[in-house]
Design a protein around this ligand. Structure first.
Ligand SMILES: NC(=O)c1ccc[n+]([C@@H]2O[C@H](COP(=O)([O-])OP(=O)(O)OC[C@H]3O[C@@H](n4cnc5c(N)ncnc54)[C@H](O)[C@@H]3O)[C@@H](O)[C@H]2O)c1
Length: 330
């Protein structure tokens, strides 16, 4: 099939595009290659992808309405996997407008492109951050999500509501994927697994927020990609059925997480064991916008696709540290 993967130079987009190409699909990747983090890392991912059979790339900003319309008209994608976004909770405190441009205007352009050219299924990235300060764990897709505590989270929740509207009005088959703290080779330099590993290997201190009293449902990249690939293969029910059967919603939501939260200090211990170096810990107060815990209920994903993320943390962290050492030569 012919796929559009947005954010293809990004962490999850790179791995997803690579996997789709290996499965024999044709993939056009787009990305604006912004400098939120190292452009060299994005280019290195793209250099890998250029060798994948069926892959091509275009530098393009999803907020550019005319360019997006022209792209969809010209290419006639069968499937769209939308992963481009301005990510990061903390950055959204100081840089609100880029979230509005990429995550809201950009998302409308993706929805419109899909609607106007009858794309068979749009799977898009949401985030565990939509659960905000919810106390009930694990977080399930049926839970109310009315209390986002960062602009980033609010844009992700807005995406879910916008996709719902397009599914309802235009019968566009859409699926929202709430990712839980994804880590692994080629990972993001702004996220804890990367920042901790880098600092520990360089003998620099690491910041531990809230005295380490927080936990995250760390999810290995291969599990996330497996979830994306399986979900994109099953568009929501009714989307292709006759009109009278189309009463059910054509949009859905899934959590993609390991379902096994880990306390921050245990996570650091895992990196210490993989690197063989003890961390220098610097205790810091809780950061605005951060949530205390994330924990995915993956029941919906498992029952729809038969797949449940399973990579144990120590294995995933060891693979990440191996990659880090090789890539940076340390
Ligand atoms: N990594 C995680 O733990 C995690 C967790 C929850 C949700 N998500 C979501 O998953 C998606 C992928 O995340 P990631 O970790 O790969 O992030 P990433 O930053 O590595 O990838 C996003 C890519 O999108 C590109 N991009 C940003 N704005 C763009 C624009 N306006 N036009 C074109 N390209 C643009 C960036 O250059 C980047 O390469 C994002 O939507 C993110 O919000 C990620």
């Amino acid at each position: 099939m012919k796929f559009l993967v947005t954010g293809a130079a990004g962490f999850i987009g790179f791995h997803t595009a690579m996997r789709l190409c290996r499965l024999g699909h044709e993939v056009l990747g787009i990305d604006n290659l912004n400098d939120y983090y190292s452009v060299d890392l994005k280019l290195a991912r793209l250099a890998r992808l250029q060798d994948a059979p069926g892959f091509s790339f275009r530098k393009l900003d999803i907020a550019d309405r005319d360019a997006m319309r022209a792209l969809f008209d010209e290419q006639r994608f069968e499937r769209v996997i939308h992963l481009a976004a301005q990510a990061g909770v903390r950055y959204s405190l100081d840089n609100p407008h880029v979230y509005a441009d990429s995550n809201l205007s950009g998302f409308v352009n993706v929805l419109e492109g899909c609607r106007q050219t009858n794309v068979g299924h749009l799977a898009y990235a949401s985030s565990s951050s939509v659960y905000g300060t919810n106390a009930k764990v694990p977080f399930a897709v049926e839970d109310a999500v009315d209390n986002p505590i960062s602009l980033y989270a609010a844009t992700k929740r807005a995406n879910e509501l916008m996709a719902h509207t397009y599914a309802h009005l235009y019968r566009l088959p859409t699926t929202g994927l709430r990712f839980f703290t994804v880590y692994g080779p080629w990972g993001r330099p702004d996220m804890a697994p990367f920042k901790f590993t880098k600092a520990i290997l360089e003998g620099q201190p690491i910041d531990i927020y809230n005295g380490g009293e927080m936990s995250r449902d760390f999810t290995y990249i291969d599990d996330v990609v497996e979830g994306i690939v399986r979900i994109q293969d099953c568009p929501p029910p009714y989307a292709n059925e006759p009109e009278e059967l189309r009463r059910g919603a054509t949009d859905r939501l899934f959590n993609i997480g390991l379902g096994s939260p880990v306390r921050l200090l245990d996570f650091v211990a895992c990196i210490e064991s993989a690197t063989g170096v003890e961390a220098i810990k610097q205790m810091k107060p809780m950061q605005p916008g951060d949530v205390l815990q994330t924990w995915a209920d993956v029941g919906a994903l498992a029952s729809r696709t038969g797949f449940r993320p399973a990579t144990p943390l120590h294995e995933g962290v060891a693979r990440f540290v191996d990659w880090y050492r090789t890539f940076y030569g340390v």
